[in-house]
Design a protein around this ligand. Structure first.
Ligand SMILES: [Zn+2]
Length: 105
């Protein structure tokens, strides 16, 4: 018996979701994305005198959630902006593209 949770409520461990890409109940796999990279040394230095909340924000990693069945990215958790649910390309694709073009202008 597994509990299926909404993709938007994924946490820091693998959980069961109903994958929108393969329409299967599958366990997510987590992939940590380190947005800091080479700046780590500098960040360590800067964070010596920073409040804990700032420290946590800077050092938290983004997390990419994949469906263990089809390997598609089902969600992405940004350390600041929160979780973004990925949807399979469908009728929304066109709308998304036009919004992107508007933002560039
Ligand atoms: Zn899937």
């Amino acid at each position: 018996m597994v509990t299926i949770i909404p993709t938007s409520q994924l946490g820091n461990k693998p959980e069961w979701i109903h994958c929108p890409f393969c329409s299967t109940d599958a366990l997510t796999t987590l992939e940590q994305v380190d947005p800091i990279g080479e700046a780590n040394g500098l960040m360590l230095f800067l964070c010596c005198c920073m409040p804990v909340t700032v420290y946590k924000t800077l050092f938290a990693k983004d997390i990419r959630y994949r469906c263990s069945n089809c390997q598609n990215e089902v969600a992405y958790r940004h350390r600041v902006n929160g979780i973004t649910v990925r949807e399979p390309p469908a009728h929304i694709e066109e709308e998304y593209t036009s919004q992107g073009e508007q933002m560039k202008l």
